[in-house]
Write a protein that binds this ligand. Structure first.
Ligand code: TTP
Ligand code: MG
Length: 408
């Protein structure tokens, strides 16, 4: 990333989220004005499809008024369970792109993409890949994405070209880009504050940027200097990662409960392989490893350990998992075996710290070769020799590889 990008922050927001899901699920509704909300006139509109918005309807408007403004709109009752399920998919995509995801609601999040250029490319490429991945994961929904070096500008940028927008604002241009926009776009400026700013003769963000910060503060209190900072595109707030977005796991429910140490080790190896591969694919390193075992009586047991050094190596994950086994104090049998790597961060410099010919680089090279074969021939085509020494054959299993560990 050019030096002018001290951080790369993306804000993604799904377009007309509830309404788009209704249109996705019912092709009859596509291309039509649609209101999601209670069918009765009491209550408010939760959201309106983009076809309905030119009529002046939108979120939080009383349903009665919205139906007057747009009588031809179809009204659909909300299906929150469905929206939550789709939201989960979207959040998983976010987790695929960054270990630092701050969800603001079901359909919206900040992603810290700093250091991701070697995986995803420049900010434009990051944005279009993110949009593509969301479309693919949801079966056709669009998101609008804004990218800049601060949360504030990224957020304004994602709303700039809705729906299906992608707006990249280089940090050096951020102030200029904000300047002509109305003060309503200042974060935290509600209708009352907007009114107050108008009375002070401040109509655009540029007006606020040009004003004397002490004068602003004398008129608006603390908010005055806050707005002045935002207007200058200054916003040091970090992306506050939620815990759920910080692990990558792989687990399987087995067709036969297993007890033999060889079989348990085999399952751990397979899970470590999957987790390691995904860490490397996403450019993450993990600072901890968790092992999950489910006993025949369905009791779930977990043990975890922090690593001395963050890693993305299968060998390290596997060795840590094996070392955790005695801590369970339970010989099995187990019906589910899994591993999760947690406390993820972006792999930026770690690779260069490897000594060229040490044991570490050997296992890293092996990982790279296996990743490549896996990519070419599909998962499971290649096995480590140690894994072929298996004692009990165990038919097909449910494979529950998941990126975002649900932390149950
Ligand atoms: P938003 O992202 O604010 O709106 P949206 O996704 O419908 O449209 P946009 O393209 O402008 O982003 O909110 C996401 C969902 O949250 C929205 O589809 C419905 C729900 N919601 C409410 O239930 N009540 C509200 O007041 C708002 C604003 C949203
Ligand atoms: Mg939205």
């Amino acid at each position: 990333m050019p030096e002018s990008w001290p951080r790369v922050i993306a804000h993604a927001d799904m377009d007309a989220f509830y309404a788009s899901i209704e249109q996705l699920d019912d092709p009859e509704l596509r291309g039509k004005p649609l209101l999601v909300g209670p069918r009765s006139d009491r209550g408010v509109v939760l959201t309106a499809s983009y076809e309905a918005r030119p009529f002046g309807v939108g979120s939080a408007m009383p349903m009665a008024r919205a139906r007057k403004l747009c009588p031809q709109a179809v009204v659909v009752a909300p299906r929150f369970e469905r929206y939550k399920a789709i939201s989960k998919r979207v959040m998983r995509v976010f987790g695929d792109f960054s270990p630092a995801v701050e969800a603001l609601s079901l359909d919206e999040a900040f992603l810290d993409m700093t250091g991701a250029e070697h995986i995803f490319g420049d900010p434009e490429a990051i944005g279009s890949r993110l949009k593509d991945a969301i479309r693919e994961a949801t079966g056709g929904l669009t998101a609008s994405v804004g990218i800049s070096a601060t949360k504030y500008v990224a957020k304004v940028a994602s709303g700039h070209d809705k729906p299906d927008g992608l707006t990249v604002v280089a940090p050096t241009e951020a102030r200029q880009w904000l300047a002509p926009q109305p003060v309503a776009r200042l974060w935290g400026a509600g209708p009352k504050t907007q009114q107050r700013l108008a009375e002070l003769g401040l109509g655009t963000i540029g007006d606020v940027a040009a004003a004397d910060p002490r004068w602003l503060e004398s008129r608006l209190g603390k908010a005055g200097s806050h707005f002045h900072q935002l207007a200058h595109a200054r916003d040091p707030r970090p992306v506050a990662t939620s815990r759920a977005a910080r692990s990558i796991g792989s687990e399987r429910t087995l067709t036969l409960d297993v007890k033999s140490p060889t079989e348990i080790a085999f399952q751990l190896r397979r899970a470590a392989d999957s987790v390691g591969r995904r860490l490397r694919r996403h450019g993450y390193v993990a600072k901890g490893v968790r092992v999950k075992l489910k006993r025949s009586d369905f009791r779930l047991l977990t043990r975890q350990r922090r690593l001395a050094e963050p890693t993305d190596r299968t060998e390290d994950l596997y060795a840590t998992a094996i070392a955790l086994l005695p801590e369970f104090g339970d010989p099995g049998p187990f019906r589910l075996i899994g591993i999760a790597a947690y406390d993820l961060e972006r792999q930026v410099f770690a690779r260069q710290l490897d000594l060229p010919m040490g044991e570490g680089s050997r296992s890293r090279r092996l990982d790279a070769v296996l990743d490549e074969l896996d990519k070419r021939f599909g998962p499971g085509a290649v096995h480590r020799a140690g894994d072929l020494i298996r004692q009990s054959p165990i038919g097909p299993e449910v494979n529950l590889d998941f990126l975002l560990d649900d932390e149950d």
